[in-house]
Design a protein around this ligand. Structure first.
Ligand code: GLU
Length: 476
């Protein structure tokens, strides 16, 4: 139990697991083996900074090694704890199984306020933390592959891969030891925005299924729907930007650290993001109403609520007041177990985290494969594809010409058709396919069984059965 009287994050994940596993036919031994966290390594290390030695505490938790490498981000935040990394590692196991990325689940964290240190200091701290994990194979292309999470990004991943390469000078696959790297360090196009893109694709897929939309007491398409986003970090910013710029969703409120801004006609997310970068918060953003009590906006009237900040923001204390009929969990664990019960009783449809934010690890998987194959996706086939398309266009032009059938080609058809798929196009296609397929596997369970009434239980059932299958075929 934590101070609010609710279970801790890890307990909350376990309770959600139990709710699903109670509906499955697993032997009690196997059920427990899947639920428990295999190991959590705690490290305390010192770094000489500003003339004195600072001690930092970090974790790398491995939840399940039914497939290796294990995968999951490294978080930098002051309140990182063993309970939190274990909860997040468990979610990684289920997430990877659900979206069929061939990994076990892991997560790391460092207790640090990244804003309290300058770039050079952060590099020293990150390299030292990476050193501690690398020497125990807790960062390794075949065993444990971290990625960005809250408080980390491309920059930290570049330091980590360089540290690994220095310590493993003959490892030809060194670049695959971590994902979410910048392009020049072995990254892949489309990784930075992948989680936000995945949230967009998840909502697009949800709205393709009219019966599901009706269960959320909504109708029609995404176009014109209103949404509230909590957190304009990497995930929330990209999700809100794509949904508003490409799908016609109106972001009527955005909640940030210093409060929230509200605009019934829809916020311009790009301008808001620039405002935050220049001013340190949302306060004063022109044309929008500022509300100091940001969290109260979670209870704002809207069609879609997008918690994209951190765990436990929707809890027993506010769940009853949530008005959005549809919630998509862009963050990991934003709804506590207790809140989940209240929201379900109210008939609110929740698109669960392990599915909704799986875009990040999906594109991480593509990056890892790229690193291991040592070639950019599309490099071999792109021009061959274009050459074949050119042949077809030439033939169509002949047929539509004076001596042909008199057809007319649409003005931009030629340009669009002639462009072969580059890395970004392939990454998007792979991500879109993954999000569609995973949604369909959840929905089959959701609608196919009388005892399953929500997407979260459906997601757990799909994930747990896949993990169980792997254990069974290994002979465990
Ligand atoms: N930290 C992200 C997550 O929670 C990405 C993990 C990864 O790419 O390995 O899913």
């Amino acid at each position: 139990m934590n101070v609010t009287g609710e279970p801790s994050f890890r307990e909350s994940v376990d309770l959600m697991f139990n709710r699903a596993s109670a509906l499955m036919n697993l032997s009690p031994g196997l059920e427990q083996k899947i639920r428990v966290c295999n190991s959590t390594y705690t490290v305390r290390f010192g770094v000489r900074l500003r003339g004195k030695i600072e001690t930092f505490t970090g974790y790398r938790s491995v939840h399940s090694e039914h497939m290796e490498p294990v995968k999951g981000g490294i978080r930098y935040a002051i309140n990182v704890s063993q309970d939190e990394v274990e909860a997040l590692a468990a979610l990684m196991t289920y997430k990877c199984a659900l979206v069929e990325t061939p990994f076990g689940g892991s997560k790391g964290g460092l207790c640090i306020d990244p804003r309290a240190w300058d770039e050079h200091e952060l590099e020293l701290i990150t390299r030292r933390f990476a050193y501690e994990l690398i020497k125990r194979d807790l960062i390794h292309p075949a065993q444990n592959v971290p990625a960005p999470d809250m408080g980390t990004g491309e920059r930290e991943m570049a330091w980590i891969v360089d540290q690994y390469a220095r310590m493993n000078t003959t490892d030809i696959n060194a670049k695959a030891c971590v994902t979410g790297k910048p392009l020049n360090s072995g990254g892949i196009r489309g990784r930075v925005e992948a989680t936000g893109r995945g949230v967009q694709y998840a909502l697009q897929e949800f709205f393709r299924h009219k019966e599901d939309v009706a269960l959320a007491r909504l109708s029609g398409t995404l176009d014109g729907k209103t949404a509230v986003v909590q957190g304009l970090g990497n995930v929330g910013y990209h999700a809100a930007k794509f949904l508003s710029e490409e799908d016609g969703v109106k972001i009527v409120a955005a909640i940030e650290r210093d409060g929230a801004v509200v605009d019934a006609s829809g916020l311009n997310i790009e301008e808001l993001k620039q405002w935050i970068a220049a001013n340190g918060g949302v306060k004063g953003f022109p044309g929008a109403q500022y509300v100091e009590d940001g969290a109260s906006l979670l209870e704002h009237d809207c069609d879609i609520l997008i918690p994209a900040a951190m765990e436990g923001v929707i809890h027993k204390g506010n769940a009853d007041r949530i008005r959005a009929p549809l919630i998509i969990e862009a963050a990991n664990g934003p709804i506590t177990f207790g809140a989940d019960e209240i929201l379900r009783a109210k008939g609110i449809v929740i698109i669960p985290d392990m599915y909704a934010n799986a875009g990040g690890v999906t594109v991480s998987y593509f990056e890892w494969v790229k690193n291991l194959s040592h070639i950019r996706f599309g490099r071999m086939q792109r021009r061959a594809e274009e050459a074949r398309s050119r042949l077809l266009v030439a033939e169509l032009e002949r047929l539509s010409g004076d001596e042909g059938l008199g057809w007319e080609l649409k003005p931009n058809f030629k340009d669009k058709f002639l462009t072969g798929s580059d890395e970004l196009a392939l990454v998007r296609s792979g991500l879109d396919d993954t999000m569609r397929t995973a949604y369909q596997s959840m929905r089959e369970v959701w609608h196919g069984r009388n005892d399953v009434t929500d997407l979260r239980v459906a997601a757990y059932i799909v994930a747990i059965s896949r993990v169980a299958e792997t254990y069974r075929s290994k002979g465990l």
